[in-house]
Design a protein around this ligand. Structure first.
Ligand code: AMP
Ligand code: FES
Length: 339
């Protein structure tokens, strides 16, 4: 089959949802355009932004970094070493190798040094690794960005991630989650940095094809501690529908983002505009982002955590509370051993 764009080269990627098939060069053009249109339509980024790109070593975040660099944005990468045997080292290697190929040195946070390596922390507080992992990652995304004077945090969530989350929120009628689900969570005072998901218009298959054709070396294995079976079920269900009715995913998500969609209206009036222009259809500002950062619900302005100064709605933030519980569990165990 010939490429539908240049009509000369052989097509390498077929995209039924766009009724298209592209040769590698035309696919690169198409993919980058999808991302830049996604950024432009929702005004996710401005040329003067300093972007902290959170890179896990997986395809989505490395592809995101690649596109943002190619588009001329000012970016730095952040890798969080979760302390997961083997997997974390392999992921870090991919991040370091990619960064070096673009003349960059990523910021690396080692959770073992921070006192909360995920597997041990989860054992200590008897919680699921994934939920602790989410809290800790969000905390460091925001903290590194605030300390490094970054204007925005970017993550590699793609259309499949966002529609799976949307389906889950709809099936359980999580109205508060629906109200704040959006590729842009505006920043607010008190050290809350804006968060964006510039890959919201591109699917997992498209991102994987872009990474593969560009020769980006990424980790293909899933996190060994990831038991988040529910999001996989939603993804599978949506893939089944997408296979039969190509284009359903993007229609589903764009319809949800429509400013007139009443499900997306937050419980509070929108906060004053951010430093960087924000779209009229952005979610409620500080309440939404603070909840994302601290995984806690709250109303009004967040305060500074008594222990680390991070924005929170409690006396101390959820990260410091977790760290304290881990510390106590460790000393209890040490006391038992020495008896
Ligand atoms: P996940 O929650 O694992 O689906 O990852 C979603 C996004 O979070 C990725 O696309 C990355 O942008 C970011 N991310 C996940 N894990 C890490 C990590 N260990 N270090 C830095 N960023 C990460
Ligand atoms: Fe978070 Fe595996 S537990 S990525």
């Amino acid at each position: 089959m010939k490429c539908k764009r240049c009509r000369r080269a052989e097509a390498a990627v077929e995209l039924p949802s766009h009724h298209a098939a592209f040769c590698p060069d035309c696919f690169f053009h198409f993919f980058r355009r999808q991302v830049t249109e996604g950024i432009r339509k929702l005004r996710l980024l401005a040329p003067e932004d300093r972007i902290l790109v959170c890179v896990s070593g997986g395809k989505d975040s490395l592809v995101l970094w690649d596109v943002l660099i190619d588009e001329g944005y000012k970016t730095e990468g952040l890798y969080i070493d979760l302390g997961i045997d083997g997997y974390s080292d392999r992921s870090k290697e991919k991040v370091l190798a990619y960064a070096a190929s673009r003349g960059k040195t990523p910021i690396v946070v080692e959770l073992a040094k921070e006192g909360v390596p995920i597997p041990e922390a989860a054992r200590c507080v008897r919680m699921q690794e994934c939920s602790i992992c989410g809290t800790v990652k969000r905390y460091f995304f925001n903290r590194v960005a605030a300390e490094g004077m970054f204007t925005v945090v970017a993550t590699g969530h793609n259309l499949d991630d966002e529609t799976a989350r949307l389906l889950g929120n709809l099936l359980h009628w999580q109205r508060d989650h629906l109200a704040r689900q959006h590729p842009l969570l505006p920043g607010a005072g008190g050290g809350l940095v804006r968060k964006v998901k510039p890959l919201w218009r591109v699917s997992e298959v498209e991102t994987a094809a872009y990474g593969f054709l560009k020769g980006i070396d990424y980790v293909t294995e899933e996190c060994p501690l990831s038991f988040d079976a529910t999001s996989l079920v939603y993804k599978e269900a949506l893939s089944l529908i997408e296979d039969r009715m190509p284009g359903t995913r993007i229609v589903f998500y764009k319809g949800f983002l429509d400013p007139s969609n009443p499900l997306r209206k937050g419980p509070e009036p929108a906060a004053p505009s951010d430093a960087v222009p924000r779209p009229e259809d952005a979610p409620v500002a500080d309440v939404a982002l603070a909840a994302e950062v601290d995984s806690e619900e709250g109303v009004g302005a967040p305060r500074a955590c008594a222990s680390c100064g991070a924005p929170t709605y409690s006396e101390t933030c959820s990260f410091c509370r977790l760290k304290e519980r881990v510390r106590k569990a460790r000393s209890l165990r040490a006391a038992k051993v020495s008896r």
